[in-house]
Design a protein around this ligand. Structure first.
Ligand code: FMN
Length: 393
């Protein structure tokens, strides 16, 4: 495929018709087809990614209020931990906060390497919890999950085991659809995304999401959308969802139209911009993209997020937990660094509100986020050691 890569474009504003191949031009002229995961209609075909430590009920609720995501996902939930808690009459994992009662559609992501354990948990999620989709994590590159638990992206080296896990889960969850999320392979040298994708389909999964990096990449370099697109022609029925580095509504529309995917998934860029989904939905539909909310509205959104977190975790734990979300909301704004420095130390609601009042960015930087402008925060972690890890478990 000759399409320009997302990474080549600092700002993806060229219309697909101007910048791509004939087949892309044809695709851009067509209305967007809704994505079906089993019988579930995902419309618009823009998915909110699972992110451990971030995509809890509070975040999902904020995204839901802005709209624009056809399917939202929880953080990854450890299936073995779930079973243990269950056997010891303990409460179910915190990561299932809200899941039973919140609006649908909703996907819960689980991880482990044992087909029976996964099936046990999948059955509970599909039955008792009534979730819309059970997703399997085959992409997490963090050592606790790979080396210690031989799960997540570790399993990409063992498609047979993946097959066993998926097929058992499909059986256990029926008729709830089961999906899988992968990376391109364990390492650049051992990329096996085509073989893995075919295995996932053969095992009965209802959709596949591909993050266009390998496990060894973590978050370095750029997501390889050309490799994601390669997969499509090898699938016979299963929809393909592309993921990696989508930061603007224009990029979302560009990726959808240029890389042969049935859906797109957004992760990091939505953390401080939960309105990105509704903007992306407009871009995908060829409608004018709504402007960002004003800074005052963004501040209100962050405070509502804070209320939801405190309601669940209490003032003390909730305030500590909110620090990282608050930093995300300030990201790429004039004065973000200053705000971050202060919000990183708040311990009480009073301190939180004071810091927000005093330091939450009040002006949009007219020059925009640039490397030469020290007042503007660096982009959301390309480097997991800068605060994000894909596990947080
Ligand atoms: C903090 C953090 C936590 C993540 N947790 C998960 C997770 O629980 N399950 C998963 O499949 N992917 C997880 N990911 C990966 C994202 O879902 C996504 O694949 C990746 O960030 C690339 O998409 P993006 O460029 O839009 O951020 C996580 C990523 C980050 C940054």
């Amino acid at each position: 495929m000759n399409s320009p890569s997302l990474a080549d474009q600092s700002s993806v504003t060229a219309s697909p018709a101007e910048s791509s191949t004939d087949s892309t031009t044809e695709r851009s002229a067509q209305p967007i087809k809704p994505l079906f995961i089993g019988t579930l209609r995902v419309d618009p075909p823009i998915l909110q990614a699972p992110m451990a430590g971030y995509t809890n009920y509070a975040f999902r609720q904020i995204v839901r209020e802005f709209g624009g995501s056809g399917l939202q996902a929880t953080e990854m939930v450890n299936a073995r931990g779930f079973v243990w808690l269950d056997e010891h009459d303990c409460e179910h994992p915190d990561r299932l906060w809200g899941v039973k009662d919140e609006a649908r559609p909703l996907a819960v992501q689980i991880w482990d390497n044992d087909p029976d354990t996964m099936a046990k948990v999948g059955r509970r999620l599909a039955g008792e919890y009534g979730v819309s989709v059970v997703d399997i994590n085959f992409g997490c590159p963090v050592k606790q999950v790979t080396e210690k638990a031989h799960s997540g992206s570790y399993l990409l080296r063992d498609p047979e085991r993946m097959y066993a896990i998926i097929s058992r889960l499909v059986e256990a969850c029926y008729p709830t659809p089961v999906t899988a999320k992968i990376r391109l392979g364990c390492t650049r040298k051992t990329m096996n995304h085509i073989e893995v994708a075919k295995t996932v389909e053969r095992a009965g999964a209802s959709a596949l999401t591909v993050h266009g990096r390998t496990a060894e990449d973590f978050f370095s370099g750029s997501a390889d959308w050309t490799k994601i697109a390669e997969i499509k022609e090898h699938l016979t029925r299963m929809p393909l969802i592309g993921n990696g580095d989508l930061q603007t509504p224009e990029q979302v529309a560009f990726a959808f139209r240029n890389y042969n995917v049935d859906g797109v998934m957004i992760a990091r860029a939505a953390l401080g911009r939960p309105w990105l989904f509704s903007q992306s939905a407009a871009a995908l539909a060829g409608l004018p993209i709504p402007p960002d909310p004003s800074l005052e509205e963004q501040k209100s959104c962050m405070l509502r997020h804070y209320d939801l977190v405190v309601e669940r975790f209490g003032e003390s734990k909730g305030t500590l937990l909110m620090r990282k979300f608050a930093c995300c909301y300030a990201q790429s704004k004039h004065g973000a660094r200053h705000f971050r420095t202060h919000v990183a130390h708040v311990e009480t609601p009073q301190q939180f509100y004071e810091v927000v009042e005093k330091y939450f960015p009040k002006h949009i930087d007219p020059s925009g986020p640039t490397e030469t402008n020290p007042a503007v925060a660096e982009p959301i972690s390309e480097n997991p050691s800068a605060g994000f890890s894909e596990c947080n478990c």
